[in-house]
Ligand binder design. Structure first.
Ligand code: FEO
Ligand code: CA
Ligand code: CA
Ligand code: CA
Length: 739
């Protein structure tokens, strides 16, 4: 929402990878390809389902969780609406349990919510996002079966701003001009990162435990270890870590993952915009290749940073946000010219043990990370971790572990040591989707001559490939996608679902490299009206589905289709509403995506700006089928020069009234994100992020002008300023959620 720049939706892929014009004409029979491999792959992944339970460090119990028991959705669909509240189906209750500013540590006092609060290192952070559940037994041991006590590990992605200032955190909205006062910067930094908080059910009521010894925060100032190929590399040398083995903090944490060995993974997403480089920096660096890297990650010299934190003072904690070449050293050990290379990773955290130092797992690449979804573990086989890069025209990735899965690691002596074993060595791949419904995973390795000899950037070593994953993916011609958000693995058959949230850069008449013509995996370019404003490209997004080839997690071939296209139910069914969504099912801009281990339901959450004239963001429940259960459709576009562009795509079986329904609609101007549940599926936790984010900074002291007053209007907490918050959803008859 910033007026300075669009820090959440950047577009920096100007590589000239194939745009599918060349391959659209190739039309193979795809049904034959799909049918041949269904049985063998399904059998292989189902063989591993008994190993999915997480425990760790002396669990009281580690039990297998049977997957996918529900076959239809047993609730009444929630209508689209613009009410400033959370709407759930009849027979369900949604309760707020943990909001921005709630005290979790030390002597933090009740949150006044009037802009006067401070010490956010001891409070819940802002913009609650991805979230995972870590069960605790009655005696406080890790437990995979506990249903009434556990830890929620969650991301605090960002903060509501208009120009620089996180205005709801400051009494009169704070300072939008430079320099930013140090006290304002300190608050804003501290509300980012991660929180781990205990939650407990007492007499059927869930609440967070304010004084739990398990609670902790990670902020952008917490000491973190670099792990994997970049550890100790020249690209990582800073004044903070002159040997390149450490960095400070994690930032803009969005999607999450839960490892089979019981640790928490968090993805660093739109981190680049928080840093600043001076307008003369390129020359100071001799216009070296760091400039190419900077630009490819969406930044340029002289561009304003999101909050101006680098202006907070001469203390090192402010200087680290300035990535200009200021020092005189040859290696960067006297300034923060390399600091940006320390952000953009999947970070591993031991949610059960705050004494363990978190580690950035650089082998999994550096980009705008969302979730990290594991393949169904199979003993003796590698694990795959699926990931997306959320920016327009960016890529889909997977990491395949060098180590084969050992079921005894489900309950390891040390979760971080298990992370070292599985996450520090392996192969990073990027996806290419063909027009016939097949695709490839292409390895990003310095030993690939195409990468080693890439004209666009001279890679020094594998660490450089990891730090500059986007450039390596450009080199091998990966497929540019419509903003990959979260991904999730269907526990019933191992298929991988990717939300592609939207893309304003799809254009039938595109000729350049940032505007792209539609291709088979991203086949729509159309206009949707929001009031009188036209939304062009693919404003509603879609959900892509991938099935691995015969080698399963280690496969380098795949098949794909589109589970469902987001659309308004009234949109043209031949060009836009290709999945024939009804008014009980229609959605726009899918983002969060999580499979329930206990019910098999796939939960779809939206972060939308296109359909928000009609409805607030929402969550839907789906019982999806499988890759290939629908058929081919050919979209025919007429270009302005009169020629025809024909695009084949593959659309999943049309959803029915009982296998796709809207379950929830959020408060005003929020996004729905993050989901985890108790192992019995009877309590589902989700996050309501940034209610009221469209409020103007000038109106910060006038509650009547807030675009949301949630959750105070739901009876939670003091003050009327809107707050991001975790809610718990329960069924009034005590049953499983969604069934
Ligand atoms: Fe933080 Fe891409 O959603
Ligand atoms: Ca519309
Ligand atoms: Ca999101
Ligand atoms: Ca989003």
């Amino acid at each position: 929402m910033s007026t300075l720049n669009d820090f959440n939706n950047e577009n920096s892929n100007t590589s000239d990878n194939p745009t599918f014009d060349s391959v659209l004409k190739v039309r193979l029979s795809r049904r034959g390809l799909l049918m041949g491999s269904v049985a063998s792959v399904s059998t292989a992944v189902l063989g591993g389902t008994a190993l999915t339970a997480c425990g760790g460090g002396g669990s009281d119990a580690v039990a297998a969780t049977p997957a996918a028991t529900a076959t239809s959705l047993g609730f009444g669909a929630v209508p689209k609406n613009l009410a400033d509240k959370v709407t759930v189906p009849a027979g369900y209750t949604a309760s707020v349990i943990y909001a921005l500013g709630d005290p979790i540590l030390g002597g933090a006092t009740a949150f006044k919510n009037d802009g006067s609060d401070s010490d956010f290192e001891n409070r819940a952070g802002d913009h609650h996002d991805g979230m995972e559940w870590y069960g605790l037994s009655a005696t406080g041991r890790p437990s995979s079966t506990s249903t009434d006590r556990g830890l929620l590990a969650m991301n605090h992605e960002a903060t509501t701003d208009e120009t620089r200032s996180s205005f709801f955190l400051h009494t009169n909205g704070g300072t939008a001009t430079l320099p930013r006062p140090a006290a304002e910067v300190d608050k804003e930094v501290a509300i980012h990162g991660v929180s781990v908080v205990e939650v407990k059910k007492t007499a059927d009521k869930w609440a967070y435990v304010k004084d739990s010894a398990f609670n902790f925060r990670l902020t952008p100032l917490t000491d973190i270890e670099m792990a994997g190929p970049v550890r100790g590399n020249a690209l990582m040398v800073t004044k903070y870590s002159t040997n390149g083995t450490r960095t400070r903090g994690t930032l803009n944490n969005c999607g999450t993952g839960k490892t089979p060995w019981g640790s928490f993974l968090t993805g660093e997403e739109n981190w680049a915009g928080y840093f600043f480089r001076s307008a003369t920096d390129n020359a100071a660096r001799g216009n070296d290749k760091s400039v190419t890297s900077l630009n490819r990650y969406g930044r340029s010299q002289g561009a304003a940073s999101r909050h101006g934190w680098e202006s907070g003072g001469s203390d090192d904690k402010y200087m680290r946000w300035n990535n200009s070449k200021i020092g005189t050293s040859a290696d960067g050990s006297d300034d923060y010219r390399n600091e940006l290379n320390g952000m953009g990773y999947i970070v591993e955290i031991d949610a059960y043990d705050k004494s363990r130092t978190a580690k950035k797992r650089s082998a999994l690449g550096r980009f705008a990370h969302e979730s990290a979804a594991f393949s169904v573990p199979a003993a003796g086989k590698p694990l795959a971790i699926y990931m997306g890069d959320d920016a327009r025209n960016e890529y889909i990735y997977k990491f395949v572990t060098a180590a084969n899965w050992d079921a005894s690691d489900a309950d390891p002596l040390s979760r971080m040591a298990a992370g070292d074993k599985y996450l520090d060595s392996g192969k990073l791949y990027v996806a290419k989707f063909n027009s016939d419904g097949t695709g490839q995973w292409i390895e990003l390795s310095i030993s690939n001559p195409t990468i080693a000899a890439y004209a666009g950037y001279k890679f020094a070593d594998q660490a450089d490939v990891c730090v500059n994953s986007r450039l390596a993916a450009d080199a091998v011609g990966a497929t540019k996608m419509d903003r990959p958000e979260w991904c999730a693995v269907n526990p019933a058959n191992g298929e991988i679902y990717y939300t592609l949230t939207n893309n304003s850069n799809r254009n039938v008449n595109a000729t350049g490299s940032s505007q792209l013509v539609p291709d088979s995996a991203n086949p729509r370019a159309y206009t949707d009206m929001k009031g009188s404003s036209a939304q062009n490209g693919n404003p509603n997004g879609h959900i892509l589905r991938v099935k691995e080839g015969a080698a399963g997690s280690a496969a380098t071939t795949l098949t794909w289709d589109v589970y469902a296209f987001g659309a308004e139910s009234g949109a043209d069914a031949s060009k836009v509403n290709l999945s024939s969504l009804t008014s009980d099912q229609d959605f726009s801009s899918p983002d969060g995506l999580v499979f329930s281990p206990s019910t098999g339901i796939m939960w779809i959450q939206t972060d939308d700006g296109a359909y928000t004239d009609v409805t607030n963001c929402m969550m839907l429940a789906a019982m999806p089928g499988q890759v290939g259960d629908g058929g081919k459709k050919t979209l025919s576009y007429t270009k302005t020069d009169g020629s025809t562009l024909a695009v084949d795509t593959f659309v999943g079986k049309t959803p029915t009234a009982t296998n796709l329904k809207r379950f929830l609609v959020g408060a005003s101007a929020c996004e729905i994100t993050g989901l985890c549940e108790t192992p019995d599926g009877k309590a589902v936790f989700i996050n309501i992020q940034h209610p009221g984010e469209t409020t103007k900074m000038a109106d910060v002291t006038d509650p009547t002008k807030y675009t949301s007053q949630w959750p105070s209007n739901a009876g939670y907490g003091l003050g009327k300023r809107p707050r991001s918050a975790t809610i718990v959803i329960t069924k009034n008859d005590g049953g499983k959620i969604g069934t």
